[in-house]
Design a protein around this ligand. Structure first.
Ligand code: FDP
Length: 333
């Protein structure tokens, strides 16, 4: 290996060595997700030239038309992890039910949750999209065939989470509770190289990201918060909203700012899914020094009731998220 260059494998091995009790199970899981993401990245990149863009003839559990690449990415994530003997089950945004480990493979102690291709409405307009994942341990004492109940754990119990962004370059960002680390895919060698060690979100940001078309449907505190941001004389903000969660999140993580997808009159619990989107990104943001809330509770403290539950998401730099909370609590008017 080139001097001074750390690839994902080396980084994981060194992290594993720092924790003598680690078995390597976890390292294998992250590497398998990285492997799946390289295949997804390849397909995303060639989506324009092969006839893979377009709708598959199926509708997912949320009533959305699935795009072909969603189906493909879902399959690749499952295939990369189902045979390892490290997982007891998986849950994916694209599947109605818990995904069981096939009978021919041994089961392990971890549960994986993922959104295989988030921001899918952006696929055919060449905008960055992503894969989001989280890993939990099965609770002690839970035995038998894994079911929804096994996944009803607060995000704080996650042992790792991350995302892959398929953008101008492909990047994998993950945390196992010991800092947030970013790896950029070098396509010439097919390796993720450590490019962003120990990522921290600035305490205060300059970016706010929200779909303002929903303004009239928001609750009063959310409207007031956005007015506060716009009329702030001490700090100047700029609006940036791609409408592709991983891309909006990644930019704000690097530059500082806040992303909001609040509940509104039409969608009381917002649009984003707790298990597959909100909780993994909340895990990343807290480990990077930021905050994530649904307006009443920290995202990581929410215990899901169902696999596909939605939650309002306000996530980013501490200062902006806490200012939002002050409006929600009526401390700022
Ligand atoms: P998409 O509909 O393209 O799948 O997860 C859903 C999501 O994208 C997020 O990636 C994105 O942040 C959000 O929806 C955008 O929603 P709006 O179009 O309502 O702003």
């Amino acid at each position: 290996m080139e001097k001074g260059v750390t690839n994902l494998n080396r980084f994981l091995i060194e992290e594993q060595r720092a924790f003598p009790e680690a078995t390597g199970d976890f390292t294998m899981l992250i590497e398998s997700i990285a492997f799946a993401s390289k295949i997804i990245s390849r397909e995303v990149n060639k989506a324009g030239i092969v006839n893979i863009i377009g709708k598959a003839q199926s509708v997912n559990v949320h009533g959305e038309e699935q795009q072909k690449l969603d189906v493909y990415a879902d399959k690749k994530m499952i295939e990369a992890m189902d045979h390892l003997g490290k997982l007891c089950a998986m849950a994916s945004e694209e599947n109605d039910e818990v995904i069981q480990v096939p009978k021919e493979y041994p089961k392990g102690k971890y549960l994986a949750v993922f959104d295989p291709l988030d921001g899918s409405s952006n696929i055919d307009v060449n905008i960055s999209i992503g894969t989001i994942f989280g890993i939990y341990k099965r609770q002690d004492g839970d035995t038998g065939t894994p079911c929804c109940k096994d996944f009803m754990q607060p995000g704080r119990k996650m042992v790792a989470a991350g995302y892959v962004i398929y953008g101008s370059s492909t990047m994998m960002v993950y945390s196992a509770g010991n800092g947030v680390h970013g790896f950029t895919l070098d396509p010439s060698i097919g390796e993720y190289i450590l490019s962003h060690p120990n990522m921290k979100i600035p305490e205060c940001g300059k970016i706010y990201s929200i779909n303002e078309a929903n303004y009239h449907h928001w609750d009063e505190p959310t409207r007031k918060f956005v007015e506060h941001i716009k009329n702030n004389t001490e700090r100047t903000y700029t609006a940036r909203y791609i409408g592709s969660l991983v891309a909006d999140f990644h930019r704000n993580l690097l530059k500082g700012g806040v992303f909001l997808y609040p509940g509104d009159e039409k969608n009381k619990r917002g649009k984003l899914r707790l298990l597959y989107e909100c909780a993994p990104l909340a895990y990343i943001i807290e480990n990077a020094g930021g905050r994530a809330t649904n307006g009443a509770q920290d995202i990581l403290d929410i215990v899901p009731d169902t696999l596909h539950q939605k939650e309002p998401l306000i996530i980013g730099s501490k200062y902006e998220v806490e200012t939002y909370l002050k409006y929600q609590r009526g401390e700022l008017k």
